[in-house]
Design a binder for this molecule. Structure first.
Ligand code: CP3
Length: 340
C-alpha cells in the first residue's frame, strides 16, 4: 500500500485532501546530486542503462524536493534504439542518430520492440519501486509515437521538424506504417513497465505543436489513443501533448485519465473542454526564475483556477537546468501547504 497515493487518487478522479505536485524533468541537472551520480557513468546512454544509477537519480527529487511522485529516470529515445536506431546524447546539443528513416526499406528493417529489448528499464523500475518503499507512486513513461517518429526521421532535435513533416506530406502511407510499428513497440514497452512496478504512465508528445490540427488527429492522437486503449486498463495514463491545447476536447474523448497542459492555455479554458478528466500542469518553468513573492502569487492563481480536485500541479514543460533548486523547493512547498 502506498503511503502517499495523492497523484494516483487525483488521476482516478478520487478526492484528495491536498493538491499533489511533481515536476517534469525533476530528475535532472538542477540537482548537484544528479550531476554527481551522472559522473559515475561513461556517458548518458550508459547512465540510462545502469539500473542502480537510474534508481538513485529517480529517488533524489523525492528526498530533496519533496515531490508526490517519482518518475523513472530514462529517456523517450530508448524505443527508437530498441527498434534499431541507436542514438548518442551530445553534450549541450541533444540527441543525434547516425541512421535515420528515409524509405520503405528502412521502415521494414525496424524491429518491433518488446520489454525484453528494454530489460534495463524493467530492472530500473523494479529496483526503484523496491527502494521507494511505497513512499510515493512511480511514474513510467514513453514518448508519443509522433514525437519518436519526428526524431527517427529528423535524426536530431529541430525547430521545425520539417523533414518529419515532409514525410507526412510525401509518404503518408509509409508514415502510418512507421507510426504503427512505434505504437506496437510502445504498447509492449509500457505493459512491461506496469508489470515491473510503474503505478501510472505518462505519454510525452513534446512535438505535437509542430503539426496542424488535422495532422495531429491523423498522425498523433490516433496512435496515442491506441496506446491508451491498451494501457489504461492496467494503469492510469496521462497524455501530455505540448502546444496542442486546441485539441483538449478531442483528447478528452480518448481513454486517458489525465491531460497534461503547457502554459499556453489558461486553466478555466482547459477545464471547460476537458470534461471529467483530471488536469496536470501548467506553470511556465520560467516563473521559477522570479522571486519568491512572484512565484507565490502566480502559483496561487494557478491553483485556485484549476481547483483542488482532479488536479495534479506541475510545470507546463520540464525544468530548465539553470533553475535554482531553492526556488523549485519553494514552489513545491507552496503547493503542498496551499489551502483553498
Ligand atoms: O525527470 C524526468 O522527467 C525523468 C527523466 C526524463 C529524461 N528525459 C531524462 C533526460 C524524461 C521523462 C525524459 C523525456 C524526454 N526526452 C522528452 C520528453 C519530455 C520533454 O522534455 O519534452 C524528450 C523530448 C527527450 C529527448 C531528449 N533527452 C532531449 C531533447 C535531450 C537533450 C536536451 C535536454 O533537455 O537536455 C535529452 C537528454 C536528457 N534526458 C537529460 C535528462 C536528465 C539531460 C542529459 C544530461 O545532460 O544529463
Amino acid at each position: 500500500m502506498l503511503k502517499n497515493d495523492l497523484v494516483l487518487r487525483a488521476a482516478r478522479g478520487e478526492d484528495t485532501d491536498r493538491i499533489p505536485v511533481w515536476l517534469m524533468r525533476q530528475a535532472g541537472r538542477i540537482l548537484p546530486e544528479y550531476r554527481a551520480t551522472r559522473s559515475r557513468a561513461k556517458n548518458f546512454i550508459e547512465f540510462v542503462k545502469s539500473p542502480d544509477l537510474a534508481c538513485e537519480v529517480t529517488i533524489q527529487p523525492v528526498d530533496i524536493l519533496g515531490v508526490d511522485a517519482a518518475i523513472i529516470f530514462s529517456d523517450i529515445l530508448v524505443i527508437p534504439e530498441a527498434m534499431g536506431l541507436p542514438y548518442q546524447m551530445i553534450e549541450a546539443k541533444g540527441p543525434w542518430f547516425e541512421k535515420t528513416i528515409q524509405n520503405k526499406n528502412d521502415v521494414d528493417a525496424l524491429h518491433i520492440a518488446d520489454e525484453n529489448d528494454l530489460r534495463y528499464v524493467m530492472e530500473a523500475i523494479a529496483l526503484t519501486k523496491k527502494e521507494l518503499n511505497d513512499r510515493v507512486p512511480l511514474i513510467g513513461f514513453a514518448g508519443a509515437p509522433w514525437t519518436l517518429f519526428a526524431y527517427m526521421i529528423e535524426g536530431s532535435g529541430s525547430k521545425t521538424f520539417s523533414k518529419a513533416k515532409q514525410f507526412l506530406y510525401t509518404q503518408p502511407q509509409l508514415a502510418h506504417q512507421l507510426l504503427e510499428k512505434i505504437t506496437q513497440s510502445t504498447i509492449n514497452y509500457l505493459k512491461g513497465q506496469v508489470k515491473s512496478g510503474a503505478d501510472i504512465i505518462q505519454l510525452f508528445d513534446s512535438w505535437a505543436g509542430v503539426l496542424a490540427p488535422h495532422q495531429f488527429y491523423e498522425f498523433s492522437l490516433k496512435y496515442i489513443s491506441k496506446i491508451c486503449d491498451a494501457i489504461q486498463p492496467l494503469a492510469p495514463v496521462t497524455v501530455f501533448a505540448k502546444d496542442a491545447h486546441y485539441a483538449i476536447g478531442e483528447i478528452a474523448k480518448i481513454k486517458c485519465n489525465t491531460i497534461g497542459l503547457d502554459w499556453t492555455i489558461d486553466p478555466a479554458t482547459a477545464r471547460a473542454q476537458a470534461g471529467n478528466k483530471t488536469l496536470q500542469g501548467n506553470a511556465d518553468p520560467c516563473l521559477l526564475y522570479s522571486d519568491e513573492k512572484t512565484i507565490a502569487a502566480e502559483t496561487k492563481k494557478m491553483l485556485s483556477a484549476f481547483g483542488s480536485q482532479r488536479y495534479i500541479a506541475n510545470l507546463g514543460h520540464g525544468l530548465y537546468p539553470d533553475i535554482d533548486k531553492e526556488k523549485v523547493k519553494f514552489f513545491v512547498e507552496f503547493i503542498k501547504n496551499y489551502k483553498p
